[in-house]
Design a protein around this ligand. Structure first.
Ligand code: NDP
Length: 334
C-alpha cells in the first residue's frame, strides 16, 4: 500500500510522512518535492528509511497539467499539502492564488486518471473558514460549516498579504469540492482544516531564517518591542494535525468521505504563548514584551474531528516547549 504526498519537504508533510512510515502502520510513501536538493536534505536527516519504504519524485511545477500523473501511479492514498505559504510574495495571483488552486486541480485530475486511488486528503486551512472581514468576531463559533467569503477579485486587489494567503486557501478548497461535484471522481475526498500549526519542526532546516512560516509565530515574540499581532486565535500541534491526516487515511471511508475536519487543539494568542515561554524558559523572560490587552474574539468547535477521528489534543504547553527548545537551539547554533 502506497501513499503519495505533495509538499513533502514541508513542516506538516514531514510529520505526516514519519507517521505513515512508522512500523505500526508501514505505508510506503511516494514523496513529491520540487527539487532533488529537497529530497537529499530529507534523506540526510532521515537515513533510516529504505528506497523501498520512501521514494522521492520531483514535480518542479505543480501548475503544469499532468505533472502529478507519474507521482500518483499505483497509489491508494493521495495527500495534498503543497501550497505557497509565505508573506513575501510579489504577485497575489501568480504567486499565491493560482498555485494554490491549480496545484490542487492538477493533483485531482491525476488522481482521477489513476484507478488505484481510493482517497484524497486535502490540507486546507482555517484560512478557508474564517471571515477576515468580520475579525475578531466576538461571540461567534467557527466550525466546518463556515467559509471565508473573500472573492478572487478582492484577493487580487488586496495589499494585505495575510488576506491574500487566506483567500488562496479558501479558493483552493472550493476548487476541490467543485471538482468533486462536477467530476464525480471514483475516490473519497476529505479536507483537513488546521489553524496556526505549532510544535516540533521535523523537516530539514538550516536556521531560523529558513524555518517554515508558522514556526516563526513563536519566535517573532522574542525581542519584539511590543507584542506582535495574532494571526489567528486558534492553533494546533503539528503532530496532532499530522495524525488527523493519517486518521483520515485509516478511518472507515464512508465516515470520512466528503467531510471537512476543523483541527483546532487550543485557543492561541501571542500573550498566552509568551506566558508559557516565560514559565518554561525563565532565562528568556526578559526578552519578551508586555502582554497585550486581551480582546474579545471568536471561538471554535472541533467536536466533529474529535468524534470521527478520535483525536485528543496535546497540551499547548507541550507544543510550545517542543518548538521553543528547538528555536533556542537554532539561535545558539547560528
Ligand atoms: P511549509 O512551507 O513548511 O510547506 C509547504 C510545502 O508546500 C513545501 O513542501 C513547499 O515546497 C510546498 N510548496 C509551496 N509553494 C509551492 C508551489 N508553488 N508549488 C509546489 N510546492 C509548493 O508549510 P506547512 O507545512 O506549514 O504547510 C503545509 C500545508 O498546510 C499548506 O497547504 C498550508 O497552507 C497548510 N496550513 C498550514 C498552517 C500552518 O500554520 N503551518 C495552517 C493551516 C494550513 P518547497 O519546500 O519546495 O518550498
Amino acid at each position: 500500500k502506497t501513499a503519495c504526498i505533495t509538499g513533502a519537504s514541508g513542516f506538516l508533510a514531514t510529520q505526516i510522512i514519519l507517521l505513515l512510515l512508522d512500523p505500526s502502520r508501514s505505508w510506503k510513501v511516494r514523496a513529491c518535492v520540487r527539487s532533488p536538493a529537497k529530497a537529499e536534505a530529507w534523506k540526510t536527516k532521515y537515513p533510516m528509511f529504505s528506497e523501498d519504504q520512501l521514494e522521492f519524485v520531483y514535480v518542479p511545477d505543480m501548475q503544469v497539467d499532468g505533472s502529478f500523473d507519474d507521482a500518483v501511479k499505483g497509489c491508494e492514498i493521495v495527500i495534498h499539502t503543497a501550497s505557497p505559504f509565505n508573506f513575501v510574495f510579489k504577485d497575489n495571483e501568480k504567486d499565491m492564488l493560482i498555485p494554490a488552486k491549480q496545484g490542487a486541480l492538477t493533483l485531482l485530475r491525476a488522481a482521477k486518471a489513476e484507478p488505484a486511488v481510493k482517497r484524497v486528503i486535502f490540507t486546507s486551512s482555517f484560512a478557508a473558514i474564517v471571515d477576515p472581514h468580520l475579525d475578531p468576531r466576538p461571540g461567534y463559533t467557527y466550525t466546518e460549516a463556515d467559509w471565508n467569503p473573500s472573492t478572487w477579485e478582492e484577493a487580487v486587489e488586496s495589499t494585505d498579504r495575510h488576506f491574500v494567503y487566506l483567500a488562496s486557501k479558501a479558493h483552493a478548497e472550493r476548487a476541490v469540492w467543485d471538482f468533486v461535484k462536477d467530476e464525480k471522481p471514483n475516490f473519497a475526498v476529505t479536507s483537513i482544516i488546521p489553524p496556526v500549526i505549532l510544535g516540533e519542526a521535523a523537516q530539514p532546516f538550516t536556521s531560523i531564517a529558513d524555518i517554515n512560516q508558522s514556526s516563526t509565530v513563536l519566535w517573532r515574540i522574542v525581542d519584539a518591542p511590543v507584542m506582535p499581532p495574532t494571526p489567528a486565535y486558534v492553533c494546533v500541534d503539528v503532530k496532532d494535525c499530522a495524525l488527523c491526516h493519517v486518521r483520515a487515511v485509516e478511518k472507515d471511508i464512508a465516515l470520512v468521505n466528503g467531510k471537512r475536519y476543523l483541527t483546532v487543539g487550543s485557543p492561541f494568542s501571542e500573550s498566552k504563548a509568551a506566558k508559557v515561554i516565560a514559565d518554561l524558559f525563565p532565562h528568556v523572560a526578559s526578552r519578551l514584551p508586555m502582554a497585550a490587552p486581551s480582546l474579545e474574539h471568536y471561538t471554535y468547535s472541533s467536536a466533529l474531528t474529535e468524534k470521527d477521528l478520535g483525536i485528543k489534543w496535546r497540551p499547548f504547553e507541550q507544543t510550545v516547549k517542543e518548538s521553543f527548545t528547538q528555536l533556542l537551539n537554532a539561535e545558539k547554533n547560528s
